[in-house]
Ligand binder design. Structure first.
Ligand code: GLA
Length: 729
């Protein structure tokens, strides 16, 4: 049983981890433990009871015991009643007060995994894979309730959390902050790890020691954003890829978020992850409830490698949905870097012809096919085919492409509107904005008010009309700016702070409608590359365009950082032209292939311009990917050399689930003089004998893991080595 309850103590066992909490004497819910799996359930002795300091406030019923919320590990900390750290929730009651005091009332243990209405969340198809714990807390003064939800994935080392705030009282209240995860750790000798970036340079790994006070990351962009990912990890100071404690949290949400670690004066650390607080509030009328999005907690005693593999498995098996969840994704060619806006049916058909000849499986028509769009200054919102480029609409082109043996995909940017568009002329009130205040413009576009049902209906109908007009099997869903002057004409002033979250709920609703109406459609998320690469989007879009930076050497860093949380199957990566359009760097074709095959593989260049030698390489790459895609998509991922740490190299491997096939990739992003290099592999079967498919060399798994592959040699700038090892029968 994954969830035990004995003598007032809950123990949640997920994979190699345990999570424990206890109902305190005053019925507050206290945190006891999170870490490597425990066998005992009598864990009350772990209660972290410091002698209260003289300024600690004691609740009347606990004066005798000396317990103070100030010095105890809290499971869902309250505001204004003695715990002076940042609180997990703050609710302004009808009298204007923000003190909350939530006490345990009841709990239920249920088979299967809870779902969240209107929100993405991990799920268990087989209810034996997960269990749910629901704990109801109540504030005796206001009658408000917090229902804490825990999802325990028994075989995966992941515990999920969410919370529902209920207002059964007869008065209106305002939820001012609600964090989905609150994790109090009885230690502060930790580093904080986060993923920062900007456009074309996403998810760099940042690591710094935590210190007294509060530190963290957040987004106020209306999207998870390029700048910070909705992920935070605290790790022991010695943690690395293979060892050390890592406590990680990832937010299944695509909008504003906040993650922080606060070290108090008693050496305890509180980790909070949830909705951003300064631009959020939610009015709860009597009888209403508010559900905060899901946070996923992963503890690893095997450093960041262990953490990532748990996230990867969880997201692959229990977050990504639909027809393309496990199916091999088509190898595509996208015309963006091949043509930008300058294309017509003939140009696309020429690319498709070469694609078919080379074994590529899908043509994706990017931005520029609709309205009067020939650059980025117009037409977003006018989702009708530009007949000057595509005569007769989409059907003839798609038919032609299909007849060549290729699937067809299309680009949309549904949430946006160009000031120069028919839609903006007809529906200026659909633009997100504040009456009387100017609107900031970014990439010549505004944002639609996704909180409005009429906007969503319009978008659904427009997209459905296009998708039904031809055999379209893939949509790239883009989002090329962040939210400013966020206001909706439909929201009353007292609900103004709801707009950011309502926007995201609207986005999810539209995505869900599309998913239901077109269940076979493969969706790829995108936001100027990887500006909305988060688990919330992964629930709807099994893959996400990782970055507009397609330079293979730059991608080593971007894909390394992305892989901390997200599985390779979600990381879209394409071979693009050289010199790279963004960076000007020249990288060998082979290496561009090796890097792109670290994720969901495709091309993004003008295939009609390839040399014969390059065409031969494309054929090889396509054949290789078809053969080994399953290992990359469903296997275990090991980061072997971090480009952030090594001055020249990056290396990683994919190991098939049965450990019989291993693909090792090594890339020099900079010239390296000959140097001793023994690359120790991980995750192999120690007893198996592995054969290097190209050299025929044979090694025992244990040798490869202990002594390593001998890579002592010179590496030219941009050179790569890929080794496929197969276990002998
Ligand atoms: C964004 C995407 C690109 C491309 C362009 C089109 O920048 O990340 O891949 O689709 O938009 O305008």
């Amino acid at each position: 049983m994954a969830i035990l309850f004995e003598n007032g103590i809950f123990r949640l066992d997920a994979g190699e981890t345990s999570y424990a909490m206890m109902i305190g004497e005053d019925r507050t819910l206290l945190h006891l433990y999170y870490g490597a799996r425990l066998a005992d359930s009598d864990l009350g002795y772990l209660l972290y009871l410091l002698p209260t300091a003289s300024f600690s406030a004691l609740r009347a019923e606990l004066v005798r015991t000396g317990y103070s919320p100030d010095t105890l590990l809290q499971e869902f900390s309250c505001n204004g009643t003695g715990d002076f750290r940042a609180s997990a929730c703050q609710i302004r009651d009808a009298d204007g007060h923000s003190a909350t005091d939530l006490r345990y009332v009841s709990h239920r243990i249920l088979p299967g995994k809870y779902a969240l209405p209107g929100l993405p969340a991990t799920y268990a198809e087989d209810e034996r894979d997960a269990a749910t714990l629901e704990i109801t807390l109540e504030d005796p003064h206001t009658g408000l309730r917090a229902v804490l939800l825990y999802g325990v994935f028994e075989h995966l080392g992941a515990v999920t959390r969410a919370v529902r705030i209920e207002n059964p009282s007869s008065r209106t209240v305002t939820v001012e902050r609600v964090f989905s995860a609150c994790l109090d750790l009885p230690r502060c000798d930790l580093d904080l790890v986060s993923l920062w970036g900007h456009w074309s340079c996403e998810r760099n790994v940042a690591r710094r020691p935590i210190d007294r006070g509060s530190q963290g990351v957040s987004s106020k962009r209306g999207a998870s954003g390029h700048a910070e990912n909705p992920f935070i990890a605290l790790c022991s100071r010695n943690a690395d890829e293979t060892s050390g404690d890592v406590y990680a949290a990832s937010f299944v949400y695509s909008g504003n978020f906040e993650a922080s670690a606060e070290v108090d004066s008693y050496g305890m650390t509180r980790l909070l992850l949830g909705l951003e607080t300064t631009d959020f509030a939610w009015t709860l009328e009597p009888g209403e409830s508010f559900t905060a999005p899901e946070a996923v907690l992963v503890y690893s005693a095997e450093g960041f490698g262990g953490m990532s593999r748990t996230f990867h498995r969880l997201f692959r098996q229990h977050l990504v949905r639909g027809a393309w969840k496990t199916k091999r994704r088509p190898i595509l060619v996208n015309n963006w870097e091949a043509t930008y806006f300058d294309f017509d049916e003939e140009k696309l058909a020429a690319i498709a012809r070469d694609a078919a000849d080379l074994g590529i499986e899908m043509l994706v028509m990017d931005d520029g096919w609709f309205g009067a769009r020939n650059d980025d200054t117009s037409s977003l919102g006018d989702w009708t085919v530009n007949e000057e480029k595509l005569r007769g609409g989409l059907a003839p082109l798609v038919r032609r492409v299909n007849e060549m043996g290729l699937k067809f995909g299309i680009w949309f940017e549904p949430e946006m509107i160009s000031p120069v568009s028919r839609l903006c002329e007809t529906h200026p009130e659909w633009v997100l904005g504040i009456p009387g205040r100017g609107k900031s413009i970014a990439r010549s576009q505004y944002v639609l008010d996704m909180s409005r049902a009429d906007v969503r209906d319009y978008l659904f109908d427009a997209m459905a009309a296009i998708l039904s007009s031809a055999n379209i099997e893939y949509v790239k869903w883009d989002f090329n700016r962040n939210l400013t002057e966020a206001g909706s004409l439909l929201l009353p002033p007292e609900r103004g702070k709801e707009i950011f979250h309502r926007y995201v709920l609207g986005l999810y609703e539209l995505l869900e409608r599309l998913h239901t109406a077109f269940p076979e459609l493969l969706l790829e998320g995108c936001s100027g590359g990887g500006g909305r690469f988060d688990p919330g989007m992964l629930y709807y879009t099994p893959q996400i365009w990782t970055s507009d930076n397609t330079d293979a050497c730059e991608r080593l860093f971007i894909q390394h950082g992305t892989s901390l949380v997200y599985p390779p199957s979600s990381i879209s990566a394409h071979v693009s032209a050289t010199p790279n359009h963004r960076t000007g760097r020249e990288t060998p074709f082979v290496t561009r292939g090796v890097v792109a095959m670290g994720g969901a593989f495709g091309y993004e260049l003008d295939l009609t311009k390839l040399t014969d030698e390059e065409r031969a390489l494309v054929r090889e790459q396509v054949a290789f990917y078809r053969k080994y895609c399953g290992v990359v998509q469903n296997g275990d991922y090991y980061r072997l050399i971090s480009p952030f740490e090594d001055r020249n190299l990056a290396a990683w491997s994919s190991v098939s689930e049965d450990r019989r096939t291993v693909i090792v990739s090594v890339v020099a992003y900079r010239f390296r003089y000959p140097r001793a290099e023994f690359l120790r592999l991980r995750g192999l079967d120690p007893e198996a004998v592995y054969v290097d498919r190209s050299s025929g060399a044979r090694y025992r798994g244990s040798t490869l893991m202990r002594a390593g592959l001998n890579l002592t040699r010179e590496f030219r700038d941009g050179e790569s080595v890929r080794i496929v090892l197969e276990a002998e029968a």
